[in-house]
Design a protein around this ligand. Sequence first.
Ligand code: ATP
Length: 227
Amino acid sequence: MISLVNVNKYYKNDEESLHVLKNINLAIAPGEMIAIMGPSGSGKSTLINLLGFIDKQFEGQYLFEGKALLTSSDEILSKIRNQTVGFVFQNFSLIENNTVFENVELPLLYNGYKFHQTEEKVRAVLKKVGLSDKADKHLKQLSGGQQQLVAIARALINQPKFLIADEPTGALDSHTSEEIMKLFVDLNTQDQVTIILVTHNPDMVPYCSRLISIRDGEIIEDKALRQ
Ligand SMILES: Nc1ncnc2c1ncn2[C@@H]1O[C@H](COP(=O)(O)OP(=O)(O)OP(=O)(O)O)[C@@H](O)[C@H]1O
């Protein structure tokens, strides 16, 4: 599904050039659930920004389903991104003053759906994450774990080909983190959602099917975990 070939990334300014991804070669197949680990500053965010079609400025090749999508215009690329990848962040990035339903519905509206076409899809995805009874609640009325479930529902609503989760349990206690990871595993094993997860927490790794470790912009380890 995803193929990075000899990818190098530099952050350049007038005085210096910082080499943050070094000769990355990476193939990701549909149905994988990958943990990316590495110290702060090792290049994890840079890598997932590239994988999520956010960053086009790099050397080497990124093929998605055999195509070099990053050559598309910004407008086409943002449309592709909206239909192809779902993002989940540590801080949830939800709209505080909107209801659960409205938060989850938003990417559908961006994708061209009309208000009267969204109800069934939003209800189905809320059911999947176990929030059927919370649709009309405001975000403020939910716990941190429930807010992360809303963010996952929002990431899933356009049926993306893969999910990128950047420290999705970073703001949650260990019990809630476990619940969130179990949901990711269900999505991965039952619905074949491909998941790429950045984490600092080694406890999250055994839930994944593969571990990629990064140091100083290089992949230093790439190993299979559960099958
Ligand atoms: N926009 C930028 N301009 C210049 N340098 C940057 C930029 N973004 C990141 N960097 C540098 O690139 C390197 C990799 O950063 P990156 O954010 O990818 O690391 P990370 O592994 O995600 O770190 P963390 O775990 O702290 O989020 C760091 O040295 C960082 O300072």
